[in-house]
Design a protein around this ligand. Structure first.
Ligand SMILES: *[C@@H]1O[C@H](CO)[C@@H](O)[C@H](O)[C@H]1NC(C)=O
Ligand SMILES: *[C@@H]1O[C@H](CO)[C@@H](O)[C@H](O)[C@H]1NC(C)=O
Ligand SMILES: *[C@@H]1O[C@H](CO)[C@@H](O)[C@H](O)[C@H]1NC(C)=O
Ligand SMILES: *[C@@H]1O[C@H](CO)[C@@H](O)[C@H](O)[C@H]1NC(C)=O
Ligand SMILES: *[C@@H]1O[C@H](CO)[C@@H](O)[C@H](O)[C@H]1NC(C)=O
Ligand SMILES: *[C@@H]1O[C@H](CO)[C@@H](O)[C@H](O)[C@H]1NC(C)=O
Ligand SMILES: *[C@@H]1O[C@H](CO)[C@@H](O)[C@H](O)[C@H]1NC(C)=O
Length: 501
């Protein structure tokens, strides 16, 4: 029936929350995580295994259309997984519909804070797994070409068709649907209300990066702000180290250092980097910054890193940073894998083509960044904590061409991104009754709407101080979050009663 990797799938459970990626097609050189691979800002298990254990509610199968954009496309059906829970439901109550995102959706139905909202409104809970993630594969063909129909537009059309069919088959005519989602799936929730306003009454979009971009400096800009807020001594040490390296790249001196070739021994690394080769150089700085500091929940790692960097000694900024890397298990005694940019990319591409890479969601998300969104992290010229221009998004974007063919140039991906922003209108989203939630310490938040002044007063903006990626989907850890969730809960009720929604 299916190709072997699909048959061999165990019940995969990866929280969509934890599978919200940055896009980093390079491994981290942290020796302690040899069984993991770092792609698109996210760690994947090399064996494809899930992060969370299987949940209580079993999946059901929906017969979904292959292509919604083709009158005969619905003649070809495929098995899409969905989950339902009715324990809070009272007849006539709303249906809370959560979009699966860029990973297996198993864990969504039995977890997360939407249960509290569902209890309040006697809602039914429904989760639909996103096509080409988890076990919801529309095709038995396991080539990368099948990913052509993996688009956010098809995901929205899948949801609309599902809502129609489920409403009819369960006799739910007249019930209000509410879309939920976090991260990329947060975009889908907001876009659902924009593109299919009659299918959902309202939407709660958590941490959705609505604006697609090729170079994405905002990610590290937020990380910089977290470092600054938590530890200014640490901030200065990191800043000085990267500023010193960037000066050397620019041909200036830095203290007693005068050439780029001194960087590697000063950092006590043993990889060979050709600093005159742009890709090699940008890849080096990318790994140095992203590999150690990038995280969708940055504060914990920043605290850990800063405790170390403020305790190590050294006679100059580079030797301090080198001692920090050694202390963190990175570098020294030639333990660090010395890989060229091409080798890094080959490792990534091999993984995403493997059955484990497909199971984990890495393959599909790789495609969607190349074809729809970009989101390729670059150095942040605003704070310059990791250099002002040490790396662009190009070292990530270049792998699109390696995998999908030479037409996937930077220009092509930029064109696709422009089409995405034209279609969904980026931050100028043209919707009513959408609740947009973002956190100050979420590295993605600069691509979302963080202030009521940025959108129509027909939507609701909830911006939570010091909250990280999708934190509003979890139990509250701060008073600010408690208040935010109370507001979200109230607003769902208001929109459910509002005839303009
Ligand atoms: C429409 O979909 C069918 C079934 O998937 C496919 O065979 C056909 O080529 C498609 N037609 C167009 C014009 O895309
Ligand atoms: C359908 O096709 C049109 C024209 O090719 C395109 O603009 C639109 O984005 C497609 N919609 C979906 C859901 O793929
Ligand atoms: C749903 O209910 C409305 C109003 O009662 C009715 O007009 C419509 O035909 C119903 N739709 C279906 C699919 O039953
Ligand atoms: C290095 O040069 C780039 C490009 O001109 C510039 O943006 C950056 O600020 C310079 N960095 C340093 C540390 O001088
Ligand atoms: C540069 O080297 C000299 C001589 O070894 C030393 O005295 C001085 O402190 C060094 N300066 C810096 C900024 O490291
Ligand atoms: C939101 O935008 C308004 C108007 O631009 C500004 O005055 C206000 O400070 C902003 N609020 C936050 C929390 O940034
Ligand atoms: C919505 O309307 C119902 C019925 O009129 C009412 O009981 C409920 O309190 C309203 N909820 C909100 C949040 O306004």
């Amino acid at each position: 029936m299916a190709n072997s990797w699909k048959i061999s799938l165990l019940l995969l459970v990866v929280s969509v929350i934890s599978s919200s990626f940055a896009s980093v097609p390079f491994i981290n050189n942290d020796e302690s995580r040899d069984d993991m691979i770092f792609i698109f800002g996210k760690w994947f298990h090399k064996n494809g295994l899930p992060i969370l254990p299987a949940q209580a509610t079993r999946p059901q199968i929906f017969q979904q259309c292959l292509d919604h954009n083709n009158s005969s496309g619905c003649q070809t059906k495929w098995n899409q997984r969905y989950w339902v829970r009715e324990d809070y439901y009272a007849a006539g109550g709303p249906i809370f519909f959560q979009f699966g995102g860029e990973g297996p959706a198993d864990a969504l139905i039995d977890n997360y804070y939407w249960h509290a909202y569902a209890q309040e409104y006697n809602a039914m809970l429904v989760v639909l797994e996103h096509r080409f993630y988890g076990e919801s594969w529309p095709s038995n063909d396991d080539s990368m070409e099948v990913l052509q129909t993996l688009t956010s537009q098809n995901a929205l059309a899948d949801a609309a068709y599902f809502i129609d069919e489920f409403t009819a088959s369960q006799g739910l005519n007249g019930s209000d649907w509410v879309a939920f989602g976090g991260s990329y799936a947060g975009n889908l929730a907001a876009w659902m209300k924009q593109k299919y306003p009659n299918h959902v009454k309202t939407a709660v979009a958590s941490s959705g990066p609505l604006l697609a971009v090729y170079d994405f400096p905002g990610y590290l800009e937020t990380v910089s702000e977290v470092v600054k807020a938590l530890d200014t001594v640490c901030y200065d040490k990191v800043y000085d180290a990267f500023n010193c390296m960037e000066s050397l790249v620019n041909g200036s001196n830095c203290g007693n250092y005068s050439t780029v070739s001194e960087i590697i021994p000063a950092l006590r690394q043993c990889s060979s980097v050709d600093f005159s080769d742009l890709l090699d150089r940008e890849t080096f700085f990318n790994i140095l910054a992203m590999g150690r500091w990038a995280d969708n929940w940055p504060s914990a790692g920043v605290r850990r890193n800063c405790a170390v960097i403020t305790s190590v000694s050294g006679s100059d900024p580079l030797s301090i940073y080198g001692n920090f890397l050694v202390e963190m298990g990175q570098g020294g005694n030639c333990k660090v894998r010395a890989k060229s940019a091409i080798q890094e990319n080959e490792e990534i591409l091999k993984f995403i083509r493997s059955k484990e890479g497909k199971q984990s969601g890495a393959a599909g998300w790789f495609w969607q960044t190349c074809y729809e969104f970009g989101y390729y992290m670059s150095a942040d010229p605003k704070n310059g904590l990791f250099g002002y221009s040490t790396f662009s998004g190009w070292p990530y974007g270049i792998s699109c061409g390696y995998e999908f063919g030479s037409m996937f140039t930077k220009e092509y991906t930029e064109e696709r991104i422009a089409m995405t922003n034209e279609y969904y209108k980026g931050k100028e989203i043209d919707s009513k009754c959408v609740i947009l939630v973002n956190g100050e310490w979420d590295p993605w938040h600069t691509l979302g709407i963080n202030n009521a002044s940025e959108t129509s007063s027909d939507n609701t903006v909830v911006y939570v101080p010091r909250a990280e990626h999708c934190d509003d989907m979890l139990n509250p850890k701060t008073e600010d979050m408690r208040e935010a969730q109370a507001l979200i809960q109230r607003q769902i009720g208001i929109y459910l009663n509002d005839s303009k929604c």
